[in-house]
Write a protein that binds this ligand. Structure first.
Ligand code: SF4
Length: 246
């Protein structure tokens, strides 16, 4: 597990029954050196942490905490660890970088803010963005089209200058499509080889609707494997999507 956002280890924390003033002794700003009295209280708190059964999980999940003693580290030590994180993350093995990139990508897709991500994971925004980008690039490099033929007549260009704006938040499915004068949350099914048209499924009052939509009228917000649609030689046959090999 990369981290536990719900901190399910908290019931095992022994600091729950200790004097909280040891853990949150007044210590100034996270980057400043604390007074000797504060440091002495923190050292006592760290001794308690050393015998805590949740130490490893607590240390893993509290890097982003600004104040006090968590996971055997005081705020000053955590601030230094956060500072060192970009250099450390650059040396991680590829799988670990990708796993973190995937997790951070998922959080952003769910609408989680950068400050909250930083508090939960310790990653400042620029580092998190780099990991997400590396994950998206790795994903894109694994996606290859497997077929080349599309010969169904495509719909005429839609008329009218009206363009509804895409919603600012992700929906439940793969992306938004402009649907007449409105917007629908739709599944991506595939596309033409030139990428100008996407085949999408959305729901209407009369059930599922499958449609070719111009690429500019689609906003995909989850990276999708590129699927080129083929028609088995019959121009009126139903499109058949083939997933690319992993
Ligand atoms: S490691 Fe320290 S701060 Fe973390 S739960 Fe245990 S006692 Fe509390």
């Amino acid at each position: 597990m990369l981290y536990d956002p719900e901190r399910r280890w908290a019931p095992r924390a022994i600091c729950r029954v200790e004097d909280w003033r040891l853990f949150f002794a007044e210590g100034g700003m996270p980057h400043s050196t604390p007074a000797a009295a504060t440091q002495a209280l923190w050292d006592q708190a760290k001794e308690i942490c050393a015998s805590c059964p949740a130490l490893m999980e607590c240390e893993r999940d509290t890097l982003g905490e600004e104040y006090g003693v968590w996971g055997g580290r005081d705020q000053h030590q955590r601030a230094l660890a956060r500072k060192a994180l970009p250099r450390k993350a650059a040396r991680w093995p590829e799988e670990k970088r990708e796993a973190w990139g995937k997790e951070l990508h998922r959080l952003r897709q769910a609408g989680v803010t950068w400050p909250y991500i930083r508090r939960q994971t310790g990653f400042p925004q620029p580092v998190a963005e780099k990991l997400i980008k590396a994950y998206e690039e790795a994903l894109a490099s694994r996606q290859r089209p497997v077929a080349e033929v599309v010969d169904l007549p495509l719909p005429a260009e839609p008329a009218g200058p009206y363009k509804a704006p895409f919603p600012p938040r992700a929906g439940q499915r793969h992306g938004w499509v402009r649907n007449g004068r409105g917007m629908a949350d739709a599944y991506y099914r595939g596309q033409t080889p030139d990428g100008r048209w996407l085949f999408m499924t959305h729901f209407s009052g009369r059930g599922n609707v499958h449609k070719w939509i111009r690429a500019e009228d689609v906003l995909l917000y989850h990276p999708q494997p590129v699927v080129i649609l083929t028609y088995g030689g019959r121009p009126d046959a139903k499109p058949r999507a083939r997933e690319p090999a992993a």
